[in-house]
Ligand binder design. Structure first.
Ligand SMILES: N[C@@H](CCC(=O)N[C@@H](CS)C(=O)NCC(=O)O)C(=O)O
Length: 243
C-alpha cells in the first residue's frame, strides 16, 4: 500500500493512527501541504480534491479519511470504524468538528509564525493560476478555489467564528461527559477516539484546550489517548516528520 500524507495534518494523523493501531506497514510519501504540494497536477490526478491523505492499495485509489478508515478495516482482521449506532454517531460528529476553521482563525495571529490570511490568499491565487495552466484539471482547481474563498469568508467573520466556537464548546462538553464514565467513546478504542486524539492535540497546540481543561475530564481522556503506542508512533516517532 502507498500512503500519501503530511505528518502534521489533522486527517493524516487520524489515518496514521489507524495504520499504527493495525500495525500496517505502508510505503509513505510526504505531500507537503505547507508548500501546496497537494495542488500539484500529478497529485490532483490521484486525489481530485487535492487533499491529504490518499491511500493506494493495488489498483484502488482511496480518498477521504473516513473512507480510508473503512477500507483499512476491510483488509485487516481488526475493526476500528464503530459498528454500534452511538459510537458511529460520535465518529460522524467528530469528523465534522471544524478543526481547520479553528486552526486558521488562530493562525491568522501568527501563533507559530503562520499567517493564515496570506496562506489562504496564496491558495486562492494558485488555484486560479493552475485552472488556466492545466485545462484537464480546470474544474477541480476552480472547485478548490471556491472552497477556499468560502472558507476564507467564514474564518475572518467574527459572528461566524463565535457560532463555531460555541458549537465546539458544546461538542467538547458532551464528549467530556461521555469519557468521564468510561475510557473510550465507545465500548472499545475506535476510529472516533482516533479523531478525538487529533482534535485534542490541535486544540492544545492552538492553546485552546486550557479553557476546557479546567472543568472537564477531557484532560484525563487525552492522557489515555497519548499513552497508546499508536500516539507515540504518529506524534513522536514518525520518521518523515521534519524537525
Ligand atoms: N475529510 C477530508 C479532509 C481532508 C483535508 O481537508 N485535508 C487537509 C489537511 S487536514 C488538506 O489536505 N489540506 C490541503 C489543502 O486543501 O490545500 C479527507 O479526509 O479527505
Amino acid at each position: 500500500m502507498h500512503y500519501y500524507y503530511f505528518p502534521q495534518s489533522h486527517w493524516s494523523r487520524i489515518i496514521s493512527l489507524c495504520l499504527a493501531e493495525k500495525g500496517l506497514e505502508t510505503t509513505r510519501h510526504v505531500v507537503d501541504i505547507r508548500r501546496n504540494e497537494s495542488m500539484d497536477p500529478d497529485y490532483m490526478r490521484l486525489n481530485p480534491k487535492g487533499v491529504v491523505p490518499t491511500l493506494v492499495d493495488g489498483e484502488k485509489v482511496v480518498c477521504n479519511g473516513p473512507t480510508i478508515a473503512a477500507h483499512l478495516d476491510s483488509v485487516t482482521e481488526t475493526t476500528l470504524v464503530p459498528t454500534d449506532a452511538g459510537t458511529r454517531a460520535w465518529a460522524t460528529r467528530l469528523e465534522d468538528f471544524p478543526t481547520m476553521h479553528l486552526s486558521y482563525s488562530i493562525w491568522v495571529l501568527g501563533l507559530h509564525g503562520e499567517r493564515s490570511s496570506e496562506i489562504l490568499d496564496d491558495k486562492v491565487d494558485r488555484c486560479a493560476r493552475y485552472a488556466d495552466e492545466y485545462p484537464d484539471l480546470r474544474s477541480e482547481y476552480l472547485r478548490k478555489k471556491a472552497f477556499f474563498e468560502e472558507f476564507r469568508a467564514g474564518v475572518y467573520d467574527a459572528s461566524y467564528r463565535e457560532k463555531m466556537l460555541s458549537h465546539c464548546t458544546e461538542t467538547l462538553e458532551n464528549l467530556s461527559s461521555v469519557v468521564s464514565s468510561r475510557d473510550w467513546i465507545g465500548p472499545q478504542y475506535s476510529f472516533a477516539d482516533a479523531i478525538a486524539t487529533s482534535i485534542l492535540y490541535r486544540l492544545s497546540d492552538l492553546a485552546l484546550l486550557d479553557f476546557w481543561r479546567e472543568s472537564h475530564p477531557l484532560a484525563d481522556y487525552f492522557e489515555r489517548l497519548k499513552a497508546r503506542p499508536s500516539y507515540q508512533e504518529v506524534w513522536v516517532e514518525d520518521p518523515l516528520i521534519s524537525r
